[in-house]
Ligand binder design. Structure first.
Ligand code: PSU
Ligand code: MN
Length: 305
């Protein structure tokens, strides 16, 4: 085992006995939602996964230690500190480990640490991707490169149109990452169930998702798989409202010269403000929905191993 990694006892026991485990990220806690909803959501999602019959493993870096599985106190700490905790992508890992610092893990680093721990299913809200205007800014999230090399399944609600969804799909195709629609043949756009872009494959059961991922593992293919799960109907937002808010936020980011790792948190926070907080309710509902699908899929996957 990696000497920098701590696996929580409950998670370790589940992994040793081939019981289903679902990884969860922490950037969504520190940078993706306001306090206290971030902590409430993180704890509720863990509970939901337990009720479904799997074990949750929220991932972060605490005092330079890579953690697979956090205590409620650690989740509370990450939520309360918010933006004070470093948003940690692949390039930041060695720095935080060497200097003993804290970090909130993005999709990329959560995949890395999940894989080190032996966890193959991970639930989140949305992933990073190719940003609008990337042809000049070259802003492409490290999440995509991680999907290309690390064998973890990521269950998300598609991608927000703060990204260029078409280019994001092209990138994933080039890198050999299967994009699955759960019960849909269209890529969901996070707050809304449709985007106008098709996915590679529609699968209609956790069992089929598990079978595809298992085959990918047995074939020895590198990289992960993206499962996109539409936000529940009753929580989906009016496309006109959300798209206007996104366009405004993207324009402001450009005017203010926001770049690098600040772009995504800036856009998420502005969208929340512009929609008067309406987007938060939908955000929480889709994270819960993804956690449940991930738990069911992890259960099916454990039957195949
Ligand atoms: N998209 C969301 N909510 C989030 C993120 C993305 O809807 O919280 C976070 C995730 O942790 C993701 C990260 O991995 O932002 C991507 O950041 P960047 O675009 O800087 O790679
Ligand atoms: Mn970026």
């Amino acid at each position: 085992m990696n000497k920098y990694l701590d696996i929580a006892p409950e998670v370790k026991e589940a992994l040793e006995n081939n019981r289903p485990v679902v990884a969860l990220e922490s950037t969504i806690i520190s940078h993706g939602m306001p306090y206290p909803q971030n902590v409430q959501t993180a704890l509720a999602v863990e509970e939901l996964i337990r009720e479904a019959g799997a074990v949750p493993a929220t991932i972060a870096i605490i005092g330079g230690r890579l953690k697979a599985g956090l205590t409620a106190d650690e989740i509370e700490y990450l939520g309360k500190e918010g933006q004070n905790v470093a948003k940690t992508s692949r390039r930041d890992l060695p720095v935080l480990v060497a200097l003993g610092r804290d970090g909130a893990t993005t999709v990329a680093t959560t995949m890395m640490i999940a894989h080190m721990a032996g966890i193959s299913v991970f639930a989140t809200g949305g992933i990073g991707g190719v940003h609008r205007g990337a042809e000049t800014t070259m802003d492409i999230s490290a999440d995509l490169e991680e999907m290309a090399q690390t064998p973890v399944m990521v269950v998300c609600a598609g991608a927000k149109s703060i990204l260029d969804l078409g280019l994001t799909l092209e990138y994933l195709e080039t890198k050999g990452v299967p994009v699955i629609g759960y019960g849909t043949d269209e890529l969901p756009a996070f707050y809304t169930r449709t985007s106008g872009f098709g996915v590679d494959y529609q699968l209609d059961s956790p069992e089929d998702i598990a079978k595809v991922f298992h085959a990918r593992q047995e074939l020895g293919l590198s990289g992960g798989m993206l499962v996109t799960n539409p936000v529940p109907e009753e929580y989906s937002m009016d496309p006109a409202v959300i798209n206007t808010a996104i366009d405004q936020a993207v324009a402001e980011a450009e005017q203010q010269g926001i770049h690098g790792k600040k772009v995504t948190p800036f856009l998420l926070a502005r969208i929340k403000e512009i929609t008067g907080g309406d987007s938060l309710e939908s955000n929480i509902a889709l994270v819960r929905n993804n956690a449940l699908l991930a738990a069911k899929t992890a259960i099916e996957l454990s039957k195949l191993k």
